[in-house]
Design a protein around this ligand. Structure first.
Ligand code: ZN
Length: 382
């Protein structure tokens, strides 16, 4: 009996070899067919027939790691070209496939969420990214898009929560952003006259970013809302001292809120002091406006003359300076037109002479081709 079995061995070996050979041949043929499909899809793409290419890729029989990555990139390419519908079709098809690994599915979902975001479908994008985070609470790449969504929706509470999570996950410092979100919430509370809640929120913002100038402005807003006028004015000045750009944002508000003579004098003295320290031309324009309000235009004579001849006059400071000179002229029947001329010459020299009619880019010298939008023959005189 054992001998018969021994004799049957070569036959069993031969039939096993035949079956393996057949399977190998089938696999080879399938692989060949898949390669042909892939090349056909790429050819459609290269010949600018993206819909035909999409049909080939969406009906692709089997996906391995390489093809999954290629499809993912292809979808991203469509999205970057603004062809969101095509990107959505590719990424939705990928997510729905059963032959993807977990990591591939996650990447496809991330891309799908970005497609929804680019298409402005924020609620669908939010649910995709939230699901991703639920699946893997440690991943940080879903936090940033979620933060963008909540920013666009003005859902500041959720924006704070997701930014705090992101901060823990990727160890990056987002405290400035968190402070801005708290400031948005505090502004809402101030508008609703919920002063206690506003104070609480401002404290949270200050804790997130103690150096934030916006937090100081909100503290001043709160003091003003409570009727603490002199304290409010002092805090506003503290904010402007920290960041002089804030004067531009706050100037009209300050003029409206602090209309008493002593308050305006206080503000005038503060801006004088800050201007003397920084020589910031933007401050000078506001200083002249305040001087006019206080009837002190003629006191500004020396400063105006210095600014026009030695400073860096802007169109704005020039407008207000000529007002000072005009008032002097009315008083003394004399006007130094030479100073205005010098200032105007300086200003004109600093302005670009040419502008692109296509994109608005300004330049000092003429160019045949715009360096910003690369269009030809679009540059002309301003
Ligand atoms: Zn241009």
């Amino acid at each position: 009996m054992q001998e018969i079995l021994f004799l049957l061995l070569p036959i069993a070996f031969y039939s096993g070899w035949q079956a393996a050979r057949k399977r190998y041949k089938e696999r080879q043929e399938k692989r060949k067919e898949i390669s042909v499909r892939f090349v056909r899809g790429i050819n459609f793409l290269l010949s600018e027939e993206p819909d035909k290419a999409l049909d080939v890729f969406l009906n692709y029989p089997e996906i391995d790691e390489n093809t999954a990555n290629t499809f993912l990139l292809l979808g991203n390419l469509f999205r970057n070209r603004g062809e969101i519908n095509r990107a959505l079709r590719i990424h939705q098809n990928l997510v729905a496939r059963s032959d993807l690994s977990k990591a591939q599915r996650m990447s496809a979902m991330l891309a799908l969420g970005e497609d929804f975001f680019a298409a402005g479908m924020l609620d669908r994008a939010e649910s995709v990214f939230t699901e991703l985070l639920k699946d893997d609470p440690k991943r940080a790449d879903a936090c940033e898009p979620l933060r963008n969504i909540y920013e666009q929706l003005h859902e500041w509470d959720k924006a704070i929560e997701i930014t705090q999570c992101a901060q823990q996950r990727n160890k990056a410092d987002h405290s400035r952003l968190i402070a801005h979100y708290y400031c948005e919430l505090a502004t809402q509370e101030l508008q609703r006259q919920n002063l206690f809640k506003a104070e609480e929120t401002i404290q949270k913002a200050a804790k997130a970013s103690p150096a934030s100038a916006r937090v100081i402005v909100l503290k001043a807003d709160l003091a003003y809302a409570r009727g603490q006028r002199s304290e409010a004015l002092q805090i506003y000045q503290q904010a402007i001292g920290k960041d002089s750009r804030l004067l531009g944002m706050l100037f009209n508000q300050l003029l409206n809120n602090f209309e008493k003579r002593d308050e305006l004098e206080n503000l005038y003295a503060f801006i004088q002091k800050t201007f003397a320290k920084t020589q910031d031309a933007k401050l000078f324009a506001y200083l002249l406006q305040l001087a006019r309000k206080l009837g002190k235009l003629t006191d500004m004579r020396t400063q105006v003359e210095e600014h026009l001849t030695k400073g860096k006059p802007s169109l704005n400071t020039l407008v207000h300076s000529t007002e000072v000179l005009a008032s002097l002229w009315r008083e003394e029947s004399a006007c130094e037109i030479g100073q205005i001329q010098t200032a105007l010459q300086k200003l004109a020299a600093s302005q670009p002479d040419f502008q692109c009619e296509h994109c608005g880019y300004k330049m000092h010298g003429y160019l045949w081709r715009c360096p910003a939008c690369h269009q030809w023959d679009t540059v002309s005189n301003v």
